[in-house]
Design a protein. Sequence first.
Length: 180
Amino acid sequence: MGLTVLEIEVGNPANPEVTEKVDFLIDSGAVYSVVPIPILQKLGIKPIAEEEFRLANGTKVVRKKGFAFFRYGERVGGADVIFGEKGDHTLLGAFTLEALGLVLDPLKRELKPLPMLLATLLSATGRDEPISRIRWRSGAGHRQGPRALDVFWHSGDSLERPPVPDQVQAGGDGRNGGQS
């Protein structure tokens, strides 16, 4: 299995015109991207939190975390970034890949466009409204997997559940006409 290295521009979201080119090792198993502290400091990116990580040998380390602007060709996005200390690898993590609309093909080790989905729900009023949260709900004793999909959208300051189709209310999963 080969390593995939990619040159990406990193910048401060407050000033995205000023960037630094950084060679990243793509690690789709890593959640966050890691950028050396001197680069982030040069860009004026400040830490906003600390995060604890477990290394491969089992030890725990704490690193500062901030937010950065990323550009790869015409693709732009923003994602959390870890302030890499001496000895840390410069990594491009899953959050940054997703923010750029990219996914790593694990077999070919190539970047592919990530299918971008925008979820809306045609409500009972006939208006398209943005979905706030989707959750699979499992039924007791069912080994076939999820039994229902809970969908919520914002209404003012609270989450509301939309009207549910009859077959789902009847206890079915929406695939078999309401039969359990």
